[in-house]
Design a protein around this ligand. Structure first.
Ligand SMILES: Cc1ncc(COP(=O)(O)O)c(C=O)c1O
Length: 382
């Protein structure tokens, strides 16, 4: 019996062909033909004014912090239940993170707790659409607008997901995507900055090109290029963009494969979960998810650990997810304390993610599901 990993990057078939083309054209640095094709595809598919490929989602978020001119002492509201990058990109500019708890249903930030965290120093809120299920953007945007707070979306999980019929990544003035190996679409390491407010476009190009106006120079808009602003090296090689283009072109197939896997888990685990006090993911009717991950919420930390060990002993890898950032070493140094975000603290202990990748075969998934169902939670003593 083969080992079933938690994640496996899948090829669509055209990656090497396109990488070869990039090499044949001898444009292997950034902003070559494939970088432009990826940007154009995403701009068109999502209806975003400008998409800039970046070396990672982390770097797209760092660019967002630079574009918003985040300064030491500014406050940025961020979920505690997220990847470190969502927060670190802003802390790097000197911001103070203000952690917001999550909703118990979608595990997205709890918009009803947003307004009370706003102070005169609040500059931005960074929403992260967990599992690609949209945050309650109507409420978030309403509060943000009333208080003059910028909305940034960390959409690492959510490419092609929708909230109220509108693509995730198109709500904030800026949004980030990840093309890391663990994401639905990948080039190993990569990302994108989605720019919904056109006022940021020109400066974003400069920041991505080490603080120079090189992009304007290549378009013939200036006759030499020079250092004009802050910036760094956030532009990926066209070889990686070529790999990514093959994946983005095959988006319908990739999403259909992931949907098949996700639906199979839901359909086949529902009864078992109900009998064992285990909760499956909740996707509200007004959200369309991109099938990024499938999680279970076990009744307790101990049962979650027992479940992971049970599957591991049967060659199936399941993994927990984010640890509360406000309780991390750095989070506590920045003022985080136990009980600041009680839902985050509880969910983080109880959550486990199941294997989900495009090429997970039905045979392997059937085997994983039957081994999952061998596990039963002994009821907690009353
Ligand atoms: C929510 C979230 N944001 C950002 C990132 C960072 O992405 P990258 O590795 O592309 O920098 C991740 C990575 O898993 C993530 O889960």
């Amino acid at each position: 019996m083969s080992f079933i990993p938690f994640n496996r990057a899948s090829l669509t078939g055209r990656e090497f062909d396109y990488m070869q083309q990039a090499i044949d054209m001898m444009h292997i640095s950034g902003d070559g033909p494939f970088t432009k094709k990826c940007s154009a595809l995403l701009e068109q598919a999502l209806g975003v004014p400008k998409v800039l490929l970046t070396t990672s989602c982390t770097h797209a978020l760092e660019m967002a912090a630079l574009l918003l001119n985040i300064q030491p002492g500014d406050e940025v509201i961020v979920p505690s239940f997220t990847f470190v990058t969502t927060v670190n990109a802003f802390v790097l500019r000197g911001a103070k993170p203000v952690f917001i708890d999550i909703r118990p249903d979608t595990l997205n930030l709890d918009e009803t707790k947003f307004e009370r965290l706003v102070t005169p120093r609040t500059r931005a809120i960074v929403v992260m659409h967990y599992a690609g299920v949209g945050c309650e953007m109507d409420a978030v945007q309403d509060i943000a607008e009333r208080h003059g707070v910028a909305v940034v979306e960390d959409n690492a999980h959510g490419l092609f997901g929708k909230y109220q019929g509108r693509y995730l990544g198109t709500f904030g003035c800026l949004a980030s995507q990840s093309f890391h190996e663990t994401k639905n679409f990948t080039c190993g390491e990569g990302g994108a900055l989605l720019i919904n407010d056109p006022r940021y476009i020109e400066r974003a190009e400069i920041i991505r090109e080490k603080g120079t106006n090189r992009s304007r120079f290549f378009r013939g808009q200036v006759d030499k290029y020079t250092w004009v602003d802050l910036g760094s090296s956030y532009l990926p090689s066209d070889i990686l963009a070529a790999f990514l283009y093959a994946q983005l072109e095959a988006r319908d197939q990739i999403q259909a494969d992931r949907r098949r896997v996700w639906d199979y888990y839901r359909d086949n685990l529902q009864d078992w979960a109900g009998a064992n006090d285990i909760r499956l993911p909740i996707v509200p009717g007004h959200c369309e998810q991109p099938y990024h991950l499938f999680y279970l919420l076990l009744p307790s930390l101990q049962q979650r650990q027992d479940f992971i060990a049970h599957l591991k002993a049967r060659d199936v890898l399941s993994v927990f997810h984010y640890l509360p950032l406000h309780l991390s070493e750095m989070g506590q140094r920045l003022g985080g304390k136990p009980a600041d975000c009680p839902v985050t603290e509880e969910v983080s202990d109880r959550l486990v993610r199941l294997p989900l990748y495009n090429s997970l075969t039905q045979d392997d998934q059937r085997r994983a599901v039957s081994q999952i169902k061998e596990f039963s939670c002994s009821r907690p003593l009353k």
